[in-house]
Write a protein of this length. Structure first.
Length: 193
């Protein structure tokens, strides 16, 4: 019975990390990829929205967990800790984000919007480059989300937020997620048709 409780507790912990990490990643990246797809790739808004919805669905279905657990493993293998210089943490997350996206983006765009190999190649290349450029930001958003929801403290958090009450931190997390959705709505509403 004790063993079963241990498994249940472990699954609940993984679930908390998964939902936190995935929400943090999507909140940070979706407002970046929406204008990239529509303004740079020339995707119609409905295709971009479908792509963002597919990314969110796949992320919550397990892709987000794969990303964040892979990041944790990579940080462990490269001996990157909270005390590691911020520049090194940022570089690690940029390289990791780019590599992960280079693997997953061709599959995503193949099923959503690529009309031919050339389109697939350029979209995947642009998204991979963007993931590398924003990787440090995504890593920071994961660490911040974990801190805000009380899963683990992060030395990367600004002191003005770090020492707030748990309720205030959770409200900040929720506000960031809602703001991301609102920003995407504004982006899609104001894209020239």
């Amino acid at each position: 019975m004790n063993k079963l409780k241990g498994v249940k507790d472990k699954l609940i912990e993984w679930g908390k990390y998964h939902l936190t990490d995935t929400t943090s990643m999507l909140s940070a990246t979706s407002p970046i990829y929406a204008p990239l797809e529509t303004l740079v790739f020339g995707m119609p808004c409905d295709e971009s929205i479908a792509t963002r919805a597919l990314v969110a669905g796949l992320s919550y279905a397990g892709l987000g967990l794969a990303f964040s657990k892979g990041r944790d493993l990579s940080r462990y293998l490269f001996k990157i800790t909270e005390e590691t210089k911020e520049k090194i943490q940022h570089l690690h997350d940029a390289v990791y984000g780019g590599a992960f996206t280079a693997i997953t983006s061709p599959i995503l765009y193949y099923f959503t919007s690529a009309k031919d190999f050339k389109s697939l190649f350029y979209k995947s290349l642009a998204v991979t480059a963007t993931a590398a450029l924003t990787g440090g930001y995504v890593g920071l958003s994961i660490d911040a989300g974990r801190d805000l929801l009380g899963l683990e403290e992060s030395e990367r958090m600004p002191k003005i937020i770090k020492y707030r009450s748990p309720v205030t931190k959770k409200a900040i997390f929720a506000g960031l997620a809602v703001s991301s959705v609102g920003l995407m709505s504004l982006i899609y509403k104001n894209i020239p048709k």
